[in-house]
Design a protein around this ligand. Structure first.
Ligand code: 13P
Length: 254
């Protein structure tokens, strides 16, 4: 059975103290209320990773991740943070290619492929994001866009490396808008992505690949989304900023 992952991407939210308070509540609630199979991943800003990793170190179903990393290993790149630094703070995952980074920081597939390499070189797992804009969907170009994002960002990897890849499908039009993709729309895209991976790497790699959905996931749509055969979890934004709403999403994954 493939791994189910519910991750909370805090984006640029929460001061240090606010973040610690949230993790303290969240970890207690997960311990008390959740005995399902999903792994929970907290993805705070860089500045909080080390402290949160220490707080959750004893809780086996909670891990920590970062929202981005440099494509360089080290050196004179002021303001950048390397995958090795993130690993040394206790994180296990790094999001690569979030649509906000593609959109506001001009990150393209070829650039992202190098970041994926940096993640894997440090024995971490990359959560590689893909997703079309509203304009692309309305022009019926979404499969073409997804094909390019997935193949150009990931298909240079070996079969072995692919076991440290998670893909997150996040349609841009559903992020922070309150407008979720329907379960049928998400399932259709997840099956398409899994099929691309099957064609390239074979059935075993494809069957083991965790594909998360992201975009306005809430407790009241999570149960239905998670019932789809190719939806293996969620990458949650806004609803991960409060313990109650995030735990209710986690609990939707049995
Ligand atoms: P929202 O859940 O706020 O729509 O954000 C989704 C997202 O971008 C997670 O990475």
């Amino acid at each position: 059975m493939r791994k189910k992952i519910i991750a909370g991407n805090w984006k640029m939210n929460k001061t240090f103290d606010e973040g610690m308070a949230l993790v303290s509540e969240l970890s207690n609630m997960v311990k008390d209320e959740y005995n399902g199979s999903a792994e929970v991943v907290i993805i705070p800003p860089f500045t909080h990773i080390n402290a949160i990793s220490r707080m959750v170190a004893e809780i086996s179903n909670i891990q920590v991740g970062a929202q981005n990393c440099s494509n360089h290993a080290s050196g004179a790149y002021t303001g950048e943070v390397s995958a090795a630094m993130i690993a040394s703070c206790g994180a296990k995952y790094i999001i690569i290619g979030h649509s906000e980074r593609r959109q506001y920081f001009n990150e393209h597939n070829d650039w992202l492929a190098k970041k994926v390499d940096a993640v894997l070189a440090n024995n971490l797992t990359a959560i590689y994001c893909c997703g079309e804009t509203l304009e692309e969907r309305e022009a019926n170009k979404h499969f073409e866009v997804l094909h390019a994002q997935v193949s150009e960002g990931l298909f240079h990897l070996t079969k072995e490396q692919f076991s440290n890849i998670v893909i997150a499908y996040e349609p841009v039009w559903a992020i922070g808008t309150g407008k979720t993709a329907s379960t049928a729309q998400a399932q259709e895209v997840h099956a398409y992505i899994r099929n691309l991976v099957r064609e390239k790497y074979g059935v075993d790699v494809a069957n083991h690949l965790t594909i998360q959905y992201g975009g306005s996931v809430k407790a009241d749509n999570a149960v239905e989304l998670f019932s789809a055969p190719d939806i293996d979890g969620a990458l949650v934004g806004g609803a991960a900023l409060q313990s109650r709403s995030f735990v209710d999403i986690i609990k939707a994954m049995k």
